[in-house]
Ligand binder design. Structure first.
Ligand code: YSA
Length: 334
């Protein structure tokens, strides 16, 4: 009988195919071909109704037998293949928790930042406190409160970056120095005053000793009997601590509208004198602007360029190297 022969054939062939299925996909294929909707097994099952009674029972029994056998072989094989696939996935994703971790590269402070901190620390060790102020400043604090007349060239657009925020209370600009904090601080604090003000400042400047954005540290000391000797002594002490005891510095007369007398301090490095800072005795007019009595107090102030300190200390001949993102430069100053 043809149906029984086909069933026996299937029973003989299919187990080896099932056992040989190497992955879940090929097993699914074999399942479809042996016990699935279009398999010979189903075809025979569908044809049972048209068989004579005596054959129907026999063929029906064999169909069930073969279907059960193949069904259970397929289920066993599927479970083996699923376990293997899971183990493979686990092996692929294995994490060895005993391996040393990969450290992300550590950033370091930029030279300008570390020098700024070092200078601030020196002044803090002399009893100064730290104040900071806004980089976007009003013309009043940047110029007027410092006795800088309307006609002064530093107020020109060729020297200063003006901001377009209207005319309140005067114009607004990117501060050209840290000196505006002198007036801001004195307005809010009574003497004695001993502060340093580190910060970024901006000017329309660009050459080997000037950048359009640079850093200054302002110093302001106001008390009842401060003299020019205190100013020189303080800055000379600073220079010895910062550059070493043998550093040559010199003061040369200068003019600032907000100090009288005024001077510049230069330091000698690499065969040339480099201007480090401007300074002087606070002009009585500045005390007048902030409500201090010029007959009661005297004071000195200075503003030093942080990039210039870096240049002198490290023999840097072009200031723009400090703003070069080349890691070969930056790594030298870790
Ligand atoms: C003077 C008297 C005071 O009572 C208080 C502060 C001052 C300093 C004044 N506010 C000032 O800014 N003077 S300055 O124009 O001569 O600049 C001070 C220092 O900043 C310079 O000595 C120099 O070291 C640095 N500097 C100026 N322009 C720079 C610059 N550094 C880099 N790039 C620039 N474009």
């Amino acid at each position: 009988m043809e149906a029984l022969d086909r069933l026996s054939q299937l029973e003989a062939d299919a187990p080896a195919r099932i056992a040989a299925a190497s992955d879940l996909e090929s097993l699914a294929q074999i399942e479809a071909e042996t016990v699935g909707k279009r398999s010979p097994l189903l075809e025979i099952r569908r044809g049972l109704g048209s068989l004579p009674d005596d054959q129907r029972r026999e063929v029906g029994r064999r169909v069930n037998e073969v279907a059960q056998l193949l069904g259970s072989l397929i289920a066993q094989r599927r479970s083996i293949l699923e376990t293997a696939a899971m183990e493979e996935a686990l092996r692929a994703e294995e994490v060895d928790v005993t391996l040393p971790g990969r450290r992300p590269p550590r950033g370091t402070r930029h030279l300008i930042d570390s020098i700024q901190q070092e200078v601030v620390d020196i002044f803090v060790s002399m009893g100064y406190t730290v104040a900071t102020g806004p980089e976007a400043e009003t013309e009043f604090y940047n110029f007027t409160a410092l006795n800088i007349p309307y006609t002064h060239p530093s107020r020109l657009e060729s020297d200063t970056f003006y901001l377009d925020y209207g005319e309140v209370p005067e114009g607004t600009l990117l501060r050209t120095h840290t000196s505006p904090m002198q007036a801001r601080y004195m307005e809010l604090n009574r003497p004695p005053v001993y502060i340093v003000v580190p910060g970024r400042v901006f000017r329309r400047d660009s050459d080997s000793t000037h950048t359009p954005s640079f850093h200054q540290i302002e110093g302001l000391a106001v008390d009842t009997d401060i003299t020019f000797a205190d100013l020189k002594g303080t800055l000379a002490h600073f220079a010895r601590l910062f550059f070493g005891p043998d550093t040559k510095t010199k003061f040369i007369p200068h003019y600032f509208p907000f100090t009288e007398p005024s001077a510049e301090m230069h330091a000698y490095a690499d065969g040339r004198w480099l201007e480090l800072l401007g300074c002087g005795m606070v002009d009585p007019a500045v005390f007048g602007h902030v409500g201090y009595d010029p007959n009661q107090v005297t004071g000195f102030a200075f503003g030093m360029g942080v990039e210039r300190l870096a240049m002198v200390r490290h023999g840097i001949t072009d200031i723009r190297a400090l703003y070069d993102p080349d890691l070969r430069i930056l790594r030298q100053f870790r």
